[in-house]
Design a protein around this ligand. Structure first.
Ligand code: NAI
Length: 330
């Protein structure tokens, strides 16, 4: 049997945490042959809830789950971790602006230092908590010993939402749709792009653009539906999306670590190397391929004028967030 990997989940007493930890314990993130040890971190006011989550994990009697440490101590939580899923923070509410950035950025600076000191030097990090891209950026800057390619943010939920919109419109199974792209930020300015997406029609793959009856749909409703899906779920459930986010986090890590088929890609928030003219160093969502634990940005996709404008607008938003984050830290 393989050695267990240590997986840290911060904010584990929250909504997404409750959906995510059993998925990890069942192998949805790292595969059915990979034992895991879970480190669950939350803050003092949530410590009783956290104990309850640990009890349920033990009662789940998961064959792959070798141990659970539930703690409010950041050092203990970060010790030896191979994989860190960062859910901890204060969720987005109506009218949130700079305050949210301020609160969460401070948390990410502190936790970056703990990961830097105590985590495995090759630890892979996924930031989910909002503002996800900017929290990841701060984490990257304050955890200098962790390679920058190991620090990513979640836009896979938006990616999956894009696939789901296309599948609904074309009345095909979501598993037959591939290669959508989320450019930029996990925010209401993200740009879902279906220009390169295809559908498996049995005898090969056909571009979504050729299959869609109304070609305006991709530039209008498709984009707003993906952008506003989070709000639609809040309106319906009175709580923000939880298990779809947890499932997307599993997809993100599994694809990154175990790889994806040739010719396909997924969306991940990763540090920009200047690809597609995006400011180097920003954490920006790009189409990526993954192989043996490494991602690389898909190169050479044709970008039309409509896309260019949207990609630049979301880049500007991320630069603004970065400036704000730094002004909060200094
Ligand atoms: P939640 O409020 O239910 O859970 C957050 C948890 O973080 C709470 O248990 C809280 O006590 C804990 N926490 C707060 N400060 C902490 C700290 N310093 N260290 C450790 N834990 C801390 O929120 P929920 O619904 O689970 O969402 C988690 C985050 O994910 C939010 O920031 C939300 O905005 C974000 N999100 C991101 C999505 C994405 O696609 N990137 C999608 C949905 C949510």
């Amino acid at each position: 049997e393989k050695d267990p990997l240590i997986v840290l989940v911060t904010g584990a007493a929250g909504q997404i945490g409750y959906a995510l930890v059993p998925m990890i314990a069942e192998g949805a993130m790292l595969g059915p042959n990979q034992p895991v040890i879970l480190h669950l971190l939350d803050i003092e006011p949530a410590s009783e809830i956290l104990k309850g989550v640990k009890m349920e994990l033990m009662d789940g009697a998961f064959p792959l789950l070798k141990d659970v440490i539930a703690t409010t101590d950041v050092t203990e939580a970060c010790r030896g971790v191979d994989i860190a899923i960062m859910l901890g923070g204060f969720p987005r509410r109506k009218g949130d602006g700079k305050d949210l950035i301020f609160k969460n950025v401070g948390i990410y600076k502190a936790q970056a230092s703990a990961l830097d000191q105590y985590a495995d030097p090759n630890c892979k990090v996924l930031v989910v908590a909002n503002p996800a891209n900017t929290n990841a950026l701060i984490l990257k800057e304050y955890a200098p010993s962790i390679p920058e390619e190991n620090i990513t943010s979640l836009t896979r939920l938006d990616h999956n939402r894009a696939l789901s919109q296309i599948s609904e419109n074309l009345k095909v199974h979501v598993g037959d749709v591939r290669n959508a792209i989320i450019w930029g930020n996990h925010s209401s300015n993200l740009y879902p792009d279906a220009n390169h997406a295809t559908v498996d029609i049995g005898a090969g793959h056909k571009p979504v653009k050729e299959l869609i009856a109304d070609d305006q749909w991709l530039k209008t409703e498709f984009i707003t539906n993906v952008e506003q899906r989070g709000q639609a779920i809040i309106n319906a459930r009175r709580l923000s999306s939880a298990f779809s986010t947890a499932s997307a986090a599993c997809d993100h890590m599994r694809d990154w670590i175990l790889g994806i088929p040739k010719g396909t890609w997924v969306s991940m928030g990763v540090y920009s190397d200047g690809s597609y003219g995006i400011q180097p160093g920003l954490i920006y969502s790009f189409p990526v391929t993954c192989k043996k634990g490494e991602w690389s940005i898909v190169q050479g996709l044709k970008i039309d004028e409509f896309s260019r404008e949207k990609m630049d607008a979301v880049e500007r938003e991320l630069i603004e967030e970065k400036t704000m984050a730094y002004s909060c830290l200094h």
